[in-house]
Design a protein around this ligand. Sequence first.
Ligand code: SF4
Length: 351
Amino acid sequence: MEIKRKKTRTVYCGNVKIGGDAPISIQSMTNTDTRNIDKTVEQINKLEEAGCEIVRVAVPDMQAAQAIKEIRQKIHIPMIADIHFDYRLALEAIKNGVDKLRLNPGNIGDANRVKKVVMLAKERGIPIRIGVNAGSIDQRIVRKYGEITPEAMVESALEHVEILQNLNFEDIIISLKASDIKLTVEAYRLISEKVDYPLHIGITEAGTIKSGTVKSCIGIGAMLLDGIGDTLRISLTGDPVDEVKLAKEILKSIGLRNFGIKMVSCPTCGRTQIDLISLANRIESKLSKIDKPLTVAIMGCAVNGPGEAKDADIGIAGGKGSALLFKKGEIIRKVKEENIEAVLLEEIIKM
Ligand code: SF4
């Protein structure tokens, strides 16, 4: 079933279009010291190779802001500077060629300082992401609502938005992240009814690879199914390359992006007579390197396999020492167990 995406306006981050009819873009964030140019470039290149389309780096001091210049020259994907409080770092990052800022104007304080940053961003065509995190909402707003609620998060974001709008700046992207899934999803639902700025979605502080994957799939999945989200980042305590892999898997599973082959496989049961688990794992790893818009089914038995996977373009259904090769549910031929992998891959290459 097709997902109807909420209509948002378009903003450009370098050459990547965010919002409107653009595909949902994948972001990640480096965890290297930005001042270490070689290490940061190395990690960004790995992220790009994995499928990252926009990368964010932390800019905690002037040296990091200055490092942006060389890093930007050595990478191929747009780069975001993550800045808190200090407007001078934002100005330096823009001057050094950054493609987008993540900055909350209300946290900079002095109106003239905000104006300087916004004017320079406007002059260079650089968008600003307002990134509200549940843990850092202004206490005045928290007191008004009694606790951190979706409404409080939205009000906080809209206050920052208003500062930019008053300076005639509209290249805005918004995020409203919390580690609580329901709070995050409700906040995004609410803001998507109020504004048409593109939304950067994610569950923050989601956890390590296992718990973070579960939380991100639930939260981001719920938003995507609601048609919410123009760009996303999975936050994992671990290698950021895993964030990108997971983001691709989520978008591919929901049907919002086409990242090569989609594999479906049955859970196995008492009818399974071949070693389907290791076969499925081996095939999955080989299929990840093939860029074709196909669905491949790895099923455990001939009784239910071809029928249950009749929507798959091609698949195998295990038997005793053999498997049936099928296409769109129609059986093509029988293959010996030792040849299953090779025959399937050969057929896929031909398709
Ligand atoms: S496809 Fe066959 S082996 Fe797999 S779960 Fe269904 S019945 Fe069991």
